[in-house]
Design a protein around this ligand. Sequence first.
Ligand SMILES: NC(=O)c1ccc[n+]([C@@H]2O[C@H](COP(=O)([O-])OP(=O)(O)OC[C@H]3O[C@@H](n4cnc5c(N)ncnc54)[C@H](O)[C@@H]3O)[C@@H](O)[C@H]2O)c1
Length: 385
Amino acid sequence: MVVRLDLDGNEIKAIKICMIGGGGFIGSHLCETLMWETNHTVLAIDVYSDKIDHLLQEDTPWANRISFYQANITLDPRVNDFIKDCDLTINLAAICTPADYNTRPLDTIYSNFVDAIPVVKCCSENKKRLMHFSTCEVYGKTLGSYLPADDPRRNEPEFYVLKEDDSPCLYGSIEKQRWSYACAKQLIERLIYGEGAENDLKFTVVRPFNWIGPRMDFIPGVDGPSDGVPRVLACFSTNLLRREPMKLVDGGKSQRTFLYIKDAIKAVMLMIDNPGRANGHIFNVGNPTNEASVKELADVMTEVYSKVTGLPKLPQPTVEVSSLEFYGVGYDDSDRRIPDMNLIQKQLGWNPETSLNDLLEVTLDYQHKTYADSIAQSMNSSKAA
Ligand SMILES: NC(=O)c1ccc[n+]([C@@H]2O[C@H](COP(=O)([O-])OP(=O)(O)OC[C@H]3O[C@@H](n4cnc5c(N)ncnc54)[C@H](O)[C@@H]3O)[C@@H](O)[C@H]2O)c1
């Protein structure tokens, strides 16, 4: 492999990475890039491995550089030994599906805060570098959302652009259990930041802004529970594959910015390879130019799915449902999420590249090729039953 240089022109030395939650959506793409493009070694820890099984085969050129350890980190004391044995720990493990935040608040809080504490402590006590995955949800709602609907200040960036070291974290009341996830992530960020300040923990916190792409979540009834509710990309993909209308919660008014997973992984790679520039920082990682409301996302997905499959669009591609009906009691939502990109541009020179249309073309082509036959079979067998 050719010598790889960091942003300051120094040779990047191979390191050993303990990747907790490495079998998930982001972990699978990160493992792929680490195997294809670097000499780093990865120990992936997860309950599941199906999304990285293709990397774990014995006949691959990287067979001696990746291994998988099946474990639930809350139940396995060996995790500490693995962290101690590695140079960098990347913690991706979390319950991170909005349908769980208000219906399983305890699991959500334990997973995102309590279960992450021993990982932070172990890194801090053993002087190991930690890269922790937080979320853009820590910002909660925008300042602008508290202004009257017709207030012109809503259009001023300082009322909606989210800045790592400046924007407040604005959540709803405790009864709105939706905020259990954001609040747990915020508290673990504070713990990590405190460990950095008091005990010199070398850390980087990543705040992903709606990273999407192939292998995200599951399709209910095919590779996940039939009553499961995945994140929006997989929900809408399921509807498109089943040729049924996409459900727009509360009209799909919330606005999001969507980042292609392959662009996102480039940002994470820069953080891994440039500790001097990434340590001590919390980074927004998103694509401010790919903003769309959830309704607009559904519209683009309808167009793109029709283009990649040649299938006609449904006469009624969307239906509206209330958040109470879809998510149950205690749901609430962030209105808008535009990341300020100054810090990541300054420290790492990173910029996103892929448009919403392009990333959806790749993703929906993948979804169709991977799932269309299984969906057709499961729909036929439930008709026959
Ligand atoms: N995808 C995004 O756009 C996005 C947005 C915001 C935040 N994040 C954060 O990034 C991280 C990774 O997200 P993802 O999209 O890859 O989610 P994912 O659900 O695909 O991956 C998480 C993985 O962690 C594993 N895991 C959970 N609890 C575990 C435990 N106790 N022991 C072992 N493994 C466990 C799961 O099995 C899963 O494979 C999460 O912390 C999430 O909160 C992601």
